[in-house]
Design a binder for this molecule. Sequence first.
Ligand code: LHQ
Length: 258
Amino acid sequence: MYETILYEVSEGVAVITMNRPEKFNAFTEQMNKEITDALKQAQKSPEVRCILFTGAGRAFNAGQDLGDVSGGNVDFGGFLRKRYNPMILQFQKTEKPIVAAINGVAAGAGMSVALACDIRLASDKASLVNAFVNIGLVPDSGGCYFLPRIVGIGKALELAMTGEKISAEEALRIGLVNQVYPADSFQEAAMAYARKLASLPTRGIGLIKRTMYKGLEMGLEETLEYEAFAQDAAGSTEDHKEGVTAFMEKRAPRFTGQ
Ligand code: LHQ
């Protein structure tokens, strides 16, 4: 059982809720470990076909709990290597769609974690603040990797260097989030989005995720080759067969995730 997060599965969706609302869901070592573990569990469970990642209460996540690092003498590199880096890598290793439901403020490593998700949905009351520079630090937990890839280097440098808070609306405008929904129906809208993803070809989506992220690191020739390899795998799934059969029969497909 978890102490700092909630983990619930329903209708093909594993909902991971960071659950320290009085601390704006700030990260502790325990939370880093529990998130990593929950993602592994979701990866292993055949009934999970989408992961929805959100925060309890008013915030999404305010980054590292500064109460734990305020005494000085912090081994920053060790902190990241031991706690944050394995957690961020687990988002990538999880070959299922991960949707961030940004219910409130996402700051520091909390923003980085949202960036490590595949799709970002935001409440119209949410905001994002890179925050690291405000305490003299560098974006970590993948912030220097994902942010420029999502919004381009110009915006990424601006957000990181100024540490200014941006609204959900501005985040939508610059492509930092994919959709914005009204706060009062946000959880339902995010859940409906996740359920829809959970009804799609899960193995194909896992291969899309792996191939696209790999494509960011490779040249065209290598990417074309990897696409051919991935297509061999996707083409042998039941969901591929079902998709083609449903098309020929002029009916809606019934994907099972196999
Ligand atoms: C918090 C926090 C928080 C504890 C709000 N900790 N309590 C990696 C390697 C090693 C070391 C360092 O860190 C890292 C990774 C990182 O994430 S570094 C960046 C750490 N995060 C920040 O610097 C963000 C700090 N927080 C803020 O800037 C603001 O609180 C935000 C913008 C998140 C929210 O602002 P407001 O909406 O104005 O709320 P607030 O400031 O009043 O905060 C609400 C409560 O949450 C408050 O507690 P209180 O008891 O006074 O109501 C805050 O103390 C607490 N809280 N962030 N990171």
